[in-house]
Ligand binder design. Structure first.
Ligand code: ADP
Length: 189
């Protein structure tokens, strides 16, 4: 565990496609930048076009993808970055492995971005649920592929009940509680 100057950390947003990970992640990243952090966002979809190009959606490929993201997050955390990951990361054991990897260098805050599949399908931001329910795409998380509910999430952001702003505030409150970011309220002097 790193101590002293400029300790980095990783916020890991997990949840179904369309649950709100990217929305909350971008808003969180903007607020962390405003507070002076060096932010790096690792978005699962973007990572799949670069670092994990060619990987599919079998359990093995999903695990490889998540472990690559976890490894990059741990390296960035080591160098003092505020890392925001938005990736479905459906398997709890894999999330535990990346938690262990990152925790060698700084705090790991797991955020369950929670919305039922019916709500995600209603939003259908990318039009993928319609295709998955029609059988045009398979191995789609929440439809014909599993999503294991997080056992260790520090924050649960229920995006049916909470606005994105409130979800971001919950994550920030946790980061402040563990001392990963300074309190937003300036000390009186
Ligand atoms: P993911 O990254 O999890 O696939 P996105 O952030 O891309 O999800 O999409 C979530 C969609 O749901 C966005 O269009 C967002 O505007 C919408 N949405 C509606 N209500 C909420 C909420 N309370 N929190 C987050 N997103 C919400």
């Amino acid at each position: 565990m790193a101590t002293g100057r400029n300790t980095g950390f990783t916020v890991w947003l997990t949840g179904l496609s369309g649950a709100g990970k990217t929305t909350i992640g971008h808003a969180l990243a903007a607020e962390l930048e405003r507070r002076g952090a060096h932010v790096e966002m690792l978005d699962g979809d973007v990572v799949r076009t670069h670092l994990s190009k060619g990987l599919g959606f079998s359990r093995e490929d999903r695990d490889t993808n998540i472990e690559r993201i976890g490894w990059v997050a741990s390296r960035l955390t080591r160098h003092g970055a505020a890392v925001v990951v938005a990736a479905i990361s459906p398997y709890d054991a894999t999330r535990k492995r990346v938690r262990a990897l990152v925790s060698e260098h700084g705090p790991f805050v797991e955020v369950w971005v929670k919305a039922p599949v019916e709500e995600c399908a209603r939003r259908d931001v990318k039009g993928l649920y319609a295709k998955a329910f029609a059988g045009e795409i398979t191995h789609f998380t929440g439809v014909d592929d599993p999503y294991e509910d997080p056992e260790d999430a520090e924050v649960v952001a229920d995006t049916v009940a909470l606005t994105p702003e409130t979800s971001v505030a919950l994550v920030l409150a946790e980061l402040e509680r563990i001392g990963a970011v300074p309190d937003a309220t300036p000390a009186a002097c």
